[in-house]
Write a protein that binds this ligand. Structure first.
Ligand SMILES: Nc1ncnc2c1ncn2[C@@H]1O[C@H](COP(=O)(O)OP(=O)(O)O)[C@@H](O)[C@H]1O
Ligand SMILES: [Mg+2]
Length: 258
């Protein structure tokens, strides 16, 4: 079976800045590929490319076998900074995604409520983003993305802006939601533990311009949950990716030359 997302030899240049090059990536129908790399290595840019918002300078992206030229129906993205409209309520923010997808009024009423319930925001439908916590805002962004039943879910450091405890709660909730509705997911993060926890594979980006330095086959059993964190393989992989990334980060910080 063809992968749902295929990225071949992807490169992006902004003027004189070559952000990344030669990136290959395949995501199956029920697969999660995590991408980890230092800040500025082009993770958000790559997701925006897969979302059809930025054309590649080199290479090709196909979704469900079709070359990507513009944003496509069935692809949803969750942003690091929530991406909610401050003047819309929780309900209206979730409904917005459905409206864009062309859902009828009845469908919007039904599905928006259903996914507000799935992410645990029942009772907060009429609150505005400023009235709820960062974690709840991220739940709202997640509900908006899930409500359109995306076949491709693009997550850009979705838990990067919430506190550590909330982040853990949301990670496990997302895993359990994904179990009931498995779909192709690209999960971008700068947190190594999160990449290993979420991904079937972890792509480690590094270098300048950045490129795929390593593809780690995670092979931790699913469903994943808090017990996964205690799995010896989890610790081993986290350490492995840490060594790969942090050796460079330290060198950069202290300008050590070898
Ligand atoms: N539209 C743009 N125009 C010019 N440079 C950009 C643009 N978007 C991102 N960049 C640059 O590309 C690099 C990668 O950015 P980004 O994808 O946001 O990295 P990451 O998400 O990994 O932190 C950064 O150096 C950033 O300044
Ligand atoms: Mg980013």
């Amino acid at each position: 079976m063809k992968p749902r997302i295929e990225v071949r030899g992807a490169g992006i240049r902004f003027g004189a800045l070559q952000v990344f090059r030669g990136i290959d990536l395949e995501v199956g129908e029920r697969e999660v590929v995590a991408i980890v790399g230092p800040s500025g290595c082009g993770k958000t840019t790559l997701l925006r490319c897969i979302n059809g918002l930025i054309p590649l300078t080199e290479g090709e992206i196909t979704i469900e076998g079709e070359p990507l030229a513009a944003p496509r129906e069935g692809v949803a993205m969750v942003f690091q900074h929530f991406g909610l409209f401050p003047w819309k309520t929780v309900f209206q923010n979730v409904a917005y995604g459905l409206r864009l997808a062309g859902a009828s009024r009845a469908e919007i009423a039904d599905k928006a409520q259903k996914f507000i319930d799935v992410v645990g925001l029942t009772g907060f439908e009429n609150y505005y983003p400023y009235q709820i916590s960062g974690g709840m805002q991220q739940r709202c962004g997640l509900a908006r993305a899930l409500s359109v039943a995306p076949r491709v879910l693009l997550m850009d450091e979705p838990f990067g802006a919430v506190d550590a405890q909330t982040r853990e709660i949301l990670q496990f909730e997302l895993l359990s939601i994904w179990e009931t509705r498995p779909t192709s997911m690209v999960f971008v993060t700068h947190a190594i533990d999160e990449a290993v926890l979420m991904g079937d594979r972890v792509l480690v980006l590094k270098g300048s311009p950045s490129a795929v330095h390593e593809v780690v086959d995670v092979q931790l059993p699913r469903p994943r949950n808090r017990a996964t964190l205690l799995h010896p393989r989890f610790a081993e992989l986290r350490e492995h990716v840490w060594q790969t990334l942090m050796a460079d980060a330290r060198k950069a910080e202290f300008k050590v030359t070898q």
